[in-house]
Design a protein around this ligand. Structure first.
Ligand SMILES: [Fe+2]
Length: 146
């Protein structure tokens, strides 16, 4: 279980696919930056900005992974895993949208609650789902392509 404390990047998070790993590092920095900003003050404006920027980068990142899945035929060769992976992305995005709807209705979330959710989701997703995709891509994509 990951806490709401900042994530310290380590090599066990690497999927071996450079494009994905670079984006994961950006996501980790984004969460750590949000963490630092929220430790000073938690306002609705700040929570809205943080969740908007995060959602926008997460969608871009999911698109990168899903394009690679498509390019290298993940759906055909690992169809259940591919569907489950996409579903995890959809479910994360939906949870952020729900959280943002709540903010708009005046329901704030604490720094601890928000960061525990985000850190846990990201680290667990990287360590299991994304690493399985990484293993697959390492076997199926030419090395110079990543
Ligand atoms: Fe993913």
């Amino acid at each position: 279980m990951i806490s709401h404390e900042p994530i310290i990047w380590n090599d066990s998070y690497l999927t071996g696919i450079e494009r994905i790993d670079e984006q994961h590092k950006v996501l980790v920095s984004t969460l750590n930056e949000a963490n630092a900003r929220l430790s000073l003050n938690v306002t609705r404006d700040l929570l809205e900005k943080i969740t908007r920027d995060l959602l926008s980068y997460a969608l871009y990142h999911f698109e990168t992974e899903e394009t690679l899945m498509q390019e290298y035929d993940y759906a055909h060769l690992a169809s259940e895993e591919e569907a489950r992976h996409r579903q995890e992305h959809r479910s994360f995005s939906q949870q952020i949208v729900t959280l943002r709807d709540g903010l708009r209705d005046g329901r704030l979330i604490s720094r601890e609650e928000l960061l525990s959710f985000l850190n846990n989701w990201l680290v667990n997703h990287i360590l299991s789902t994304d690493k399985r995709l990484g293993e697959y891509l390492k076997q199926h994509m030419p090395a110079q392509d990543d």
